[in-house]
Design a protein around this ligand. Structure first.
Ligand code: NDP
Length: 480
């Protein structure tokens, strides 16, 4: 069985303790490769390698750094098919989604930050005619990047690319649930000629390998994407050590649909924003509020469209939904479906595990599920489910829907559907979310700040924000 290896100091190596654990293919529920069960010793080796590499990498010219990162981007593109298949097999997502979204975005991440650093400028402040202040920026040193399983290579590279571009060296850990494309990336980094020790990838469990990264004294910053509880744990470890922290956490995003919207567009996009990637995108809109005058029409059309979605083999081009990521996650989502029923929710469609035939019979499939009749403040509407489950609810007034939308402890993203520009502005201003889409969803421009408020996170990724996060500012004031 294939053994994934750590990427440390430019080599693909076994974990120090020699231990491995099983990697599952969620579409079949079967083990297909082995993951290093790395711990402190591996993180220590990786950090030493990254510390050694820092002096040279941080002094490598921007254009040389850019060149090698662009080579990695080219190699991701050249290996597009292999990476997409690996992502789909490891995660359970439809191959067509991995091909269209995950893998192209991984190369875009490298390309975007490799070229951004060629266009960076720093600030200067002239203090009348007495002094001039120059603000210099330098990389932090060794930084830690920890990513989740839902968009594995997409989110892993979203952190690594800016960290490296800004001149840092990296110790990174992908999710233990979806490590395969990070492993393949390490092979591509070797092929691209990324200098030894600049990027180190340690595979293993969050509680051991992840924790060792957060608590390592020589790792200066942690960029983390994952659940709010894990974020809290990482902050509790890293904040007292005065590490810089970027936390991209959970969400419970509202999708607000006014009666004056473009109905067909709102309908089609809402089905997509509910069930893309089996609802396992932190930006999925899981609470759908529809203006009462249009509620019944929308509900009927929405449920009809959802009933036409095909749950099936991720490798089948006809499948709209594949498997959810793991058995544990499937059980968690099914648990939430039971909770919604207990809370008095009326099941409009779905609500069960789907057992496919043949080799797929052990896979973790869940029917896209829609509830109505739940109060905005019940647990189903307050807690992040992170699966193919949404609720529908009518609203009468703008103030009422804003209150319901803002009622959760999360504040990652929101979607607003209306053709009234004034309303779009007014509502967007009042929504407590870091990202708001008006008449669209998941339209991403990599230059824009990305992140959440409240328990959805601290800090912003993307554009200059993330390059700033991965650097330290120093002001030099010179008397004229
Ligand atoms: P987790 O928080 O369980 O894990 C995220 C990463 O942290 C994994 O690599 C995990 O390792 C690691 N980890 C776990 N425990 C620790 C620890 N003590 N110290 C350091 N690292 C640790 O999240 P999931 O992988 O389950 O991802 C789903 C969550 O991610 C959802 O809440 C979702 O909303 C959120 N998310 C947020 C996004 C955003 O941009 N705001 C984007 C995408 C997802 P391991 O897997 O080995 O346990």
């Amino acid at each position: 069985m294939e053994k994934i290896r750590n990427y440390i100091n430019g080599d693909l190596v076994e974990p120090e303790n020699g231990l491995y654990f099983d990697n599952y293919n969620p579409s079949r529920g079967s083990v297909y490769s082995l993951i290093p069960d790395s711990g402190k010793a591996d993180v220590q080796k990786a950090t030493i390698a990254a510390s050694k590499a820092f002096a040279e990498w941080s002094n490598t010219s921007r254009s040389d750094r850019s060149e090698v990162l662009l080579k990695i981007a080219d190699l991701i593109d050249a290996n597009h098919g292999r990476l997409a298949e690996a992502e789909s097999m490891d995660n359970g997502k439809p191959l067509k989604l991995a091909s269209r979204v995950d893998i192209p975005r991984a190369s875009s991440n490298f390309r975007f930050f490799a070229t951004a650093i060629l266009h960076e400028s720093t600030e200067a402040h002239q203090s009348d005619d007495q002094a001039i202040n120059m603000t210099l920026r330098s990389p932090l040193g060794v930084v830690g990047c920890i990513s989740p399983w839902n968009l594995p290579l997409y989110l892993f590279t979203w952190k690594i690319a800016p960290a490296l571009a800004a001149g840092n060296t990296v110790v990174a850990k992908p999710s233990e649930i979806t490590p395969m494309t990070a492993f393949l990336l390490s092979e591509l980094c070797i092929e691209a000629g990324l200098p030894v020790g600049v990027l180190n990838i340690v595979h293993g469990k969050g509680a051991s390998a992840g924790q060792a990264i957060s608590e390592h004294p020589d790792i200066k910053a942690i960029s983390f994407t994952g659940g709010t509880e894990t974020g809290k744990r990482i902050a509790a470890t890293a904040a007292p050590m005065f590490k810089k922290l970027s936390l991209e956490l959970g969400g419970k995003n509202p999708n607000i649909i006014f009666a004056d919207c473009d109905f067909e567009d709102a309908l089609k996009t809402s089905v997509h924003s509910s069930f893309a990637n089996q609802g396992q995108i932190c930006l999925c809109g899981s609470r759908i509020f529809v203006e009462r005058s249009m509620y019944e029409k929308f509900r009927a059309a929405f449920v009809d469209k959802v009933n036409k979605l095909k749950v099936g083999d991720p490798f089948d081009a006809g499948s709209n939904l594949g498997a959810v990521v793991s058995k544990e996650h499937m059980e968690k989502v099914l648990g939430y479906i039971e909770l919604a029923k207990k809370e008095g929710g009326k099941l409009l469609t779905g609500g069960e595990r789907i057992v496919l035939e043949g080799e797929l019979s052990g896979g973790y499939y869940i029917a896209p599920t829609v509830f109505e009749g739940l109060s905005f403040d019940c647990q189903t509407n307050q807690q992040e489910i992170f699966g193919p489950v949404v609720t529908l609810a009518p609203f009468d007034a703008e103030e009422e829907v804003i209150k319901m939308a803002n009622s959760t402890e999360y504040g990652l993203s929101a979607t607003v559907w209306t053709t009234n520009l004034k309303r779009a502005n007014r509502v967007s201003n009042q929504l407590e979310s870091g990202i708001i889409w008006v008449n669209c969803w998941l339209f991403r421009d990599l230059r824009t700040p990305f992140g959440g408020i409240k328990k959805s996170g601290v800090g912003r990724e993307g554009g200059w924000d993330v390059l700033e996060f991965f650097s330290e500012k120093k002001n030099v004031c010179m008397k004229l």
